[in-house]
Design a protein around this ligand. Sequence first.
Ligand code: ADP
Ligand code: ZN
Ligand code: ZN
Length: 739
Amino acid sequence: MTSCDDNYLSIAIPTPLRQMFDYLPPDSEANLQPGMRVQVPFGPRKLVGIIEAIKPESDYPREKLKKVSAVPDQSPLIPRDIMQLCRWASSYYHYSLGETLLQALPKALRQGKPATREKIALWSLTAPLDEAITQSLKRAHKQLKALQWLEKYPEGLSEPELREVGISKTILTQLQKKQRVVVHEVERIDQHFTEYANPLRQEPLNLNTEQAFALKGILACLTFHPVLLDGVTGSGKTEVYLQAIEATLKAGKQVLVLIPEIGLTPQTVRRFRSRFSVPVACLHSGLSDGERLQGWLAASRTIAGVLIATRSGIFTPLPKLGLIIVDEEHDNSYKQQDTLRYNARDLAIYRAKIADCPVVLGSATPSLETLVNARKGRYSHLEISSRAGHSRPPTLELLDIRQQILHEGFAQGLITRMQSTLDKGEQVMVFLNRRGYAPSLICHDCGEVMDCPHCDAHLTLHRTPPHMHCHHCDYQTAIPWSCPKCHSKNLQPAGQGTERCEQILEQIFPTIPLIRVDRDSTRRKNALSEILDRVQTGEPCILLGTQMLAKGHHFPDVTLVAIINADSGLFSSDFRGLEKTGQLILQVAGRAGREKKPGHVIIQTHNPQHPALQMLVSQPYSRFADSLMIERKQLKLPPEGYLALFRTESSMAAAGENLLKSLRHILLNHHQQGSVRVLGPIPAPMEKRQGRYRYQLLLQSYQRVSLHRLLDIAVKHLDSMKLPKDLRWTLDVDPQEMT
Ligand code: ADP
Ligand code: ZN
Ligand code: ZN
């Protein structure tokens, strides 16, 4: 026990202030340690904070300091390694340590709820499934599916686990009424994952040569080494992960698997759960706060052997961490776009270093940052160049649509190909990265376009339900009857979104089932999961959707993928625009022909000569990446240089610009400025958003150290300024989007 009588506690508190706060230990005898939560008086409020350090001295006289009012935990919730990770993140992203530490905890703990494992409700069958039951539910497809699923898990399944496979509470209640299922409240088992005799529920596949080589590379040593697993779509990366996890579990270690957005890939979670008998915890936005807390506790108390999580999972304690996997490492969703603007992929490398374990970054289209690290030898580069099993790579074809008659965006050549694919009993996927009916509504008489009153953006026209919607600030309004400028009634939708595309496809293929997948059609819980199940039945259908369709799905019967408009991404003002477009096209293309039947991809374009498109269809991804790298080198842009972006937002146009001008002045005068270029201030690409004016100041350098030294100065300067009330500034280190 530490006697804290003469000590001071340095407490992290969630405030933007870049400082810790000193408090005195509580009266009661407690075994205080850094990483424990405390409750402290803070002004008029009581806040949950975290002991950052226990120290013998304070800059303040003892009698001026307040006492901690409560210590809810017996042991630290933030262990040493997570503390170290947070310190690093806080300093690298120049963000308050207090807020960094608190955001590392699940919301329930941040709010001061107890860190206890609660009882869990488990659903199971009342009697084994037999022919009579199956017959009686022939028309209740979903109920039958639920029973079939529960049959595989005699120990019972929880509601979130059932939700992940598309079984809702409603279905369960219906079955409960028929006395087909029961629910029991049980204590959670506190058995550690290492106590399972066999971590496997299901036998692994036989790896092919390339997969086996990759697995060997990952397991070459169990100490820190980053690996890029660069395998084409459908090459069986997931199977390699599963076997690396198996080996790690057998060595008594835990595994952290980061994936982009679990809601979008329920299949992945299913695959992991079916493989392993040890508990697989999940952390993602589809869970309630209570469910998240339970997952977090299972991981941090070594009950779960595997944690599958979205980006914030990187902060979850795993005392026996032995492997980190970052799937689809190129994905933008690893970067948090507000508060602590961290990149979970980059933090994964640092965390693996602390844990001294391997870390695998997997992708068919690795980011240029990761490719450079691999090429410079910092990461080992393991490639899988062919698809697993009997599947062959899809063929890609550019369809020149210049001067062609288009049927509402579809060339005749494409329609014919779709028809013949459907005739063969196969499925077609149509990709269009715009939701809604049309991206704008335009007056045919005077040319006026309906704009958002709060943003520099057009309003998107939606038909189901009919309304105008701003996709940037969520402003919604009725569809106007007439032009606000000339009062003409001749308003016409311009351009094409998924809703309009759906309408057209229904006209062209009236007998074919059409399945639309976008944010609007999948808003309801389980919706996506149900949609994906429909596709798995293998019946001919057209699957139409946005980039939600690109993410790692495995559709065995899709053999034709059509990309309706590849051009929109080719001329983006963002320097990463082409990289992102290329990755998206290849990921979408990667959904074609993933099993025995060969896949084909048709890309409609007005720019068939565009070198990037040419390269994408005829060369491996690495050649496309090489060509982008040349430009980045010339311009000293990432990964050949480093960026940091200051942004301001204010309801007064000049306020942000003036602040950034003064910042620029300070930075240019500073002797340490050296190799850093200061560019701007300029208005953001969308100058006005949600009624606020936005400005940017960009810092660019090929030396990370000098950049960060200057950022320290900049942040100090900004912290010392007294700002007008509604002026906000933020700093984005390694920004992913320049918006
Ligand atoms: P990726 O994650 O690289 O896109 P997946 O892991 O989803 O690829 O694999 C694609 C398909 O190939 C899956 O259906 C998977 O079951 C199958 N597969 C993977 N490895 C093998 C193997 N060694 N033998 C047979 N089939 C395999
Ligand atoms: Zn008009
Ligand atoms: Zn808006």
